[in-house]
Design a protein around this ligand. Structure first.
Ligand SMILES: [Ca+2]
Ligand SMILES: [Ca+2]
Length: 373
């Protein structure tokens, strides 16, 4: 049997009979934010179900810990695109030496730049007037990367729905708070945000919520439909902590983030599949995507716990040439028990360790690590 070798050009050559194993270490970070505000409750009757209203107040977040699926960081060229008055955004200007650009912003919308940011990151509070002349504040997080500045949303709309604290997040940072399946909400004190969909999970119950674009008012009613229990943590095998475990119903109507749901969650019954997930251990992290995962069924009035995670199998395309198998690291995929795919390892040189084992002798004949990003 030929001895395998790691080649300088990044290809792995090894004998045909080989088995790969995956090792990954991953963390625990639980923080909580708790700000409370009052929600107004009214009532009206619609189609037999109680319809109620809720109000939300804007809160800038000084220490952003929320994990927002699909969060946008938008490049700043000549404005921060939060509409105010009849303007499409707050004027901004990026200038200065390459790699050390500064950012000036007109934070009060009077057309004159009044705040300078430099370094790698910062925050700003934009103050403007809405369509009807009402004052609003919109906090942004700022990031300098390469030769560019970016912004992301830096505050939440906080309120209560049926006694449950809810934080709304303008995830695509366009100043509107009701972009369904894009903008997000956080139930209670958690960090894991979920895109707003046809049913929101608050305090373990499901609600149908209609949000206004200014994020300040909503009407809600108890969700009507068959439900079951879904658990994404009980049967997850891994050393790390799931920081996000977002599932989506196959009809696209519902999304739930079950990372912090140790006892499962009531969801509308039906077919679901993983949308995205993330794991973390200390400073190490990785992203998980649907990969080859098949949809699974949450039974009505029943329960389902997804078996996923390790052992993770390396799947690859290969070329056979004169008895030597060549694997390109770019073609390599890491698939978990349910077919989910692991990628985006960070730091990038801490990818899975690959062991090459001779299946006849059971001896380990090579090991190596790919740089995955
Ligand atoms: Ca100004
Ligand atoms: Ca939005």
């Amino acid at each position: 049997m030929k001895k395998p070798a790691w080649l300088a050009d990044g290809t792995l050559c090894r004998p045909l009979l080989a088995q790969t194993k995956y090792h990954m270490t991953i963390a625990r970070s639980l923080t909580s934010l708790s700000l409370m505000c009052l929600g107004a409750v009214g009532s009206a009757t619609a189609a037999g179900s109680e319809e109620n209203s809720a109000s939300f107040d804007y809160k800038p977040v000084s220490n952003w810990e929320y994990l927002v699926p699909g969060e946008s960081w938008v490049e700043i060229t000549d404005e921060i695109s939060i509409p105010h008055g009849d303007q499409g955004g707050f004027i901004a200007k990026v200038y200065g030496p390459k790699g050390a650009e500064k950012l000036d912003i007109d934070t009060n919308g009077d057309g004159r730049l009044d705040l300078t940011c430099k370094g790698l990151k910062g925050t700003a509070k934009l103050k403007g007037k809405g369509e009807n002349g009402e004052s609003f504040t919109y906090a942004v997080r700022l990031r300098h990367s390469g030769e560019k500045w970016f912004y992301a949303t830096g505050g939440v709309m906080k309120g209560k729905v049926n006694g449950n604290t809810v934080s709304l997040i303008d995830a695509n940072c366009n100043g509107r708070w009701n972009d369904y399946s894009v903008d997000c909400y956080v139930d209670g004190k958690g960090d894991a945000a979920t895109p707003i969909s046809d049913a929101l999970s608050l305090g373990g119950e499901l609600y149908s919520i209609k949000l206004e674009s200014d994020g300040q008012t909503a009407s809600w009613s108890a969700f009507e439909g068959e439900t079951g229990s879904l658990d994404m943590t009980k049967e997850y095998e891994g050393n790390g902590k799931l920081t996000s475990a977002l599932v989506e119903s196959t009809d696209g109507r519902f999304q739930f983030n079950l990372a912090e749901r140790k006892k499962g969650l009531k969801v509308p019954a039906g077919s679901y599949v993983l949308k995205s997930a993330a794991i973390k251990k200390r400073s190490l992290s990785a992203q998980i995507q649907k990969g080859d995962m098949k949809p699974f069924e949450v039974p009505s009035a029943g329960a389902y716990a997804l078996e996923w995670g390790g052992p993770v199998t390396a799947v690859y395309d290969w070329k056979l040439n004169e008895g030597t198998l060549t694997v390109s690291p770019n073609q390599l995929r890491f698939l978990g028990k349910a077919g989910e795919e692991y990628k985006g390892f960070s730091p990038s040189d801490v990818g899975p360790k690959i062991l090459v084992t001779d299946m006849r002798s059971k001896k380990q004949i090579a090991s190596g690590r790919f740089k995955l990003c």
